[in-house]
Ligand binder design. Structure first.
Ligand code: T46
Length: 137
């Protein structure tokens, strides 16, 4: 598994910085939903699931947190601490976010509306789905 970073162009002038995100440009899909996670309590882990179909782009627009990505075979850990870089999270990647700084704001752009039926929240179920996909290839 490779980490898919997307570096954004930082615009701005002597007043400060600005980043613009356009669908199918900086964002590699059509954006149907934006949500953001903030005020996360100390020692809390979030995520702990994979999506069956959803594709997302995660950007830490303030503060920092860690993200682990697991494709069923490999697990990687990333520090998110800049608003100028996004991480693409494709479907069927188990992801967990943790070690949130108090001021962390994690913004996520998604290619579909919210649907609980798209979540796999059980790790064993995720592994089974990964093995079935691997064996059918
Ligand atoms: C993900 C990671 C990165 C909604 O009603 N609409 C929404 O669009 C979302 C994202 C959540 N919700 C509800 C569902 C739960 O009752 O908000 C509550 C918290 O959601 P959840 O426990 O899934 O939050 P996280 O931080 O564990 O996961 C979220 C996203 O749900 C998920 O898609 O990939 O952030």
């Amino acid at each position: 598994m490779k980490i898919e970073y997307i570096e954004f162009n930082v615009l701005g002038d002597n007043r400060g910085s600005l980043i613009a995100l356009e669908e199918e440009n900086e964002v590699p899909f059509q954006i149907k939903r934006v949500y953001y996670i903030f005020d996360t309590q100390v020692n809390v882990k979030r995520g702990l699931h994979a999506h069956k179909e959803l594709e997302q782009l995660m950007i830490c627009i303030n503060g920092s947190c860690k993200l682990s990505l697991d494709d069923g075979q490999t697990k990687l850990e990333i520090l998110l601490d800049t608003p100028s870089k996004g991480i693409r999270i494709r479907k069927m990647i188990w992801h967990e976010m943790y070690e949130f700084s108090q001021d962390c704001i994690l913004m996520v752009l998604a290619d579909d509306f919210y649907s609980e039926s798209d979540y796999i929240r059980n790790y064993l179920e995720f592994q089974k789905a990964y093995e079935m996909k691997r064996d059918s290839n």
